[in-house]
Design a protein around this ligand. Structure first.
Ligand SMILES: NC(=O)c1ccc[n+]([C@@H]2O[C@H](COP(=O)([O-])OP(=O)(O)OC[C@H]3O[C@@H](n4cnc5c(N)ncnc54)[C@H](OP(=O)(O)O)[C@@H]3O)[C@@H](O)[C@H]2O)c1
Length: 338
């Protein structure tokens, strides 16, 4: 069933990759048609996230080739397959993500499960809506994990990221001390301007000592690690007894390196976090309440600064821009014609 007044063409433009680390190609593909439980989204915008770069490089998650990249975005549901959920979404502006292993958001149209689209209220723009899933939900999840684990304070690295800035705002609002770790001097200024109290530079000589003192003083027992590699060892060394290190990305490209003695003596734990897996452990009611909280905060604590927009055809330029200026905000691919 199509949305009223909507004409869906036979063909669409899409970005494709044929092999891990392969070049991106612009192709004309047949527009897919929704099956039971599915919807067809006419895409409007999609960000470039570190997870997209990891997926393009290969080895991030199993997948078949060729495929269309893009792990989140926004658009309008223009066609619905059979079932109550697809019909309820028909004609709605939505935030969306692809089916696991399915073609993604860097195309004029994307097919996905009706459960993977979230209607956007009027106050949320297509741009902010395109970035509603990956970082805002993760930031909210981290705050929830801090509360559940009764952690008095937290540490986060790569803290000048969009997600890091959301955590700065949420931690301030919820009164949970947060030790932010960045790697450039100008990033300290940016986070302090936002009100962050504790910002350390991992490139400074006194970093390890400062981190240890502060983590002990504040009781920072939840360590959010997006960098891994040798930084995990420093984080675990500095962490108070009984801390948990939650690895949530691998920005250094290296495995978690640490002396097992540190973990054994200090009764420290190493765990992993993936938003999709975390959400899968939650029931429908939790998810509904969680998504509604995310929507409410999307123009405030969970907003994302946009550093630039590019049309889909300029995806290579967009990626190059993003790689050079990651801490300055997101680069959005604008896909819709308006
Ligand atoms: N596990 C999950 O479910 C989940 C969900 C959401 C996000 N994440 C992860 O959260 C992190 C932040 O995401 P985002 O979208 O907010 O990022 P972003 O805004 O695109 O910024 C990326 C940040 O990573 C920093 N960075 C890059 N390489 C680094 C390295 N080798 N060492 C230290 N810092 C490095 C950059 O700093 P410079 O400017 O100094 O390069 C920048 O501040 C990403 O790693 C992402 O994959 C994970």
């Amino acid at each position: 069933m199509k949305a009223r007044g909507m004409i869906v063409p036979e063909q669409m433009s899409a970005i494709r990759q044929d092999q891990p680390d392969g070049a991106l190609k612009h192709e004309q593909l047949v527009v897919p048609r929704p099956g039971p439980g599915e919807v067809l989204v006419k895409m409007d915008a999609s960000p470039i996230n570190p997870s997209d770069l990891a997926l393009l490089a290969g080895g991030y998650m199993e997948r078949s080739y060729p495929f269309t990249p893009g792990l989140e975005g926004s658009g309008t549901v223009v066609e619905a397959g059979s079932g109550i959920f697809p019909r309820l979404r028909l004609g709605k502006r939505v935030a969306c993500s692809p089916n696991p292993g399915g073609d993604g958001t860097w195309a004029e149209y994307m097919l996905t499960s009706a459960m993977r689209v979230v209607p956007l209220p009027e106050h949320i723009t297509q741009e902010q809506g395109a970035m509603m899933v990956v970082n805002p939900m993760t930031a909210m999840a981290f705050m929830q994990l801090a509360r559940e684990g009764k952690h008095r304070a937290m540490v986060n690295n790569a803290a000048a990221s969009s997600l890091g800035k959301m955590l700065v705002r949420l931690a301030l609002r919820q009164g949970i001390p947060l030790i932010n770790i960045v790697r450039k001097e100008e990033q300290i200024k940016t986070l302090k301007k936002m009100g962050a109290t504790h910002v350390l530079n991992s490139s400074s000589e006194s970093f390890e000592e400062e981190l240890k003192t502060l983590a002990e003083e504040l009781g920072a027992t939840l360590i959010l690690d997006a960098v891994t590699g040798s930084q995990s060892s420093i984080l675990l060394d500095a962490a108070p007894r009984g801390s948990t290190l939650l690895a949530y990305a691998r920005l250094s490209g290296n495995p978690i390196l640490t002396d097992p003695g540190t973990v054994m003596k200090g009764e420290k734990k190493i765990a992993g976090f993936l938003l999709g897996n975390w959400l899968e452990t939650k029931g429908l009611l939790f998810k509904l309440i969680f998504v509604s909280k995310v929507k409410k905060a999307l123009n405030g604590d969970l907003s994302t600064h946009i550093n630039g927009t590019y049309p889909l055809e300029q995806v290579e330029e967009a990626i190059a821009h993003y790689r050079e200026h990651m801490s300055e905000g997101k680069i959005l691919l604008k896909i819709g014609s308006d």
